[in-house]
Design a protein around this ligand. Sequence first.
Ligand code: KG4
Ligand code: ZN
Length: 344
Amino acid sequence: MIVGLETSCDDTAVGVVSQGVVRANRVASQVPVHQRFGGVVPEVAARNHLLTVLPTLEAALADAGIAPSAVRGLAVTNRPGLIGPLLVGVHTAKALALVWQVPLVGVHHIEAHVWAAMLQAERPTLPFLALAVSGGHTSLYRVEGPGQMTCLGRTLDDAAGECFDKGARLLGLGYPGGPEVDRLAALGDPGRFSLPRGMLGRNDGAFSFSGLKTALRLLVERLVAEGAAIEGQLQADLCASFQATLVEQLVRVTGEVARAHGLPDVVLAGGVAANRGLRAAMHDFGHRHGLRVWPVPLGLCTDNGAMVAGLGEALLEAGLRDDPDTLDAVPTGALRQAARAAEV
Ligand code: KG4
Ligand code: ZN
């Protein structure tokens, strides 16, 4: 039984994984706390993590039906993320590792998102290509194993989740906007408005979403100036057109990189991988181009502790671990940490 702690942003999450099977996955969401600010306030998030981390751990152990003595290892997101929130998880994990006398490993948040694809009965074949799409990241990785991930492409400006959230705000929707856009897009006409589709003709794994965001802003301003109210069917059509354009770019660039690097297994990971339009479009593209598409199971797309425990279990099995006296929280952390690279 491996316990994973995740506190890098606004969710306090604890998961329990054993042999790649999720035994518990508790998330204490702070969405109601940050909603009135329209985004995450780091200091407020850190203080809430302090209040919720131990009760969430207790609840997860109860869900898994185990006592602390059954825990064989601990994993914690120690990079990248908001420094205050990260520190709460890292220090909690270090203290628990010392008290429980179990090995500890720090994990990279995005790598944990990607590794969540392995927490299902049927798994992608290594090496695979992973599209990691979250609130802060939009990147493509070649994944060869736990701790072995190489970046093949990334966004030049906004992350896809950030674009969803900013677009949602322009359309009068609340925070976080991605799920709301997803819901309304299903009711709208994706062909009603034509928006810029990113950097067509570039073939290097680069994404760009700032032009789309600006075009949506100008479109909304024009519609409002013409007297339209952004609600009802118009709002749904705007959501559908905006989502379809964003998704089209994600699928196109991912498909290009999969072909260029000869990687037929494609994982979709991160909060935005929960998007129904993206999952459907990527499956459809896969059918047409001979790719096997592996979206992370729906309950494991947005931030959670099971993904941290899952990657932690794989890293510990590979012999990797961190010293509970020295493990640090690193806001901009690299994929592979220097100290661990020496051990590999
Ligand atoms: O991975 P995640 O939970 O946290 C980060 O590491 O950032 O991703 C959160 C992001 C937010 O931008 C949220 O709007 C987006 O994922 N998101 C979605 C959906 N569910 C969450 N975006 C589009 N469609 C969804 N269904
Ligand atoms: Zn995340």
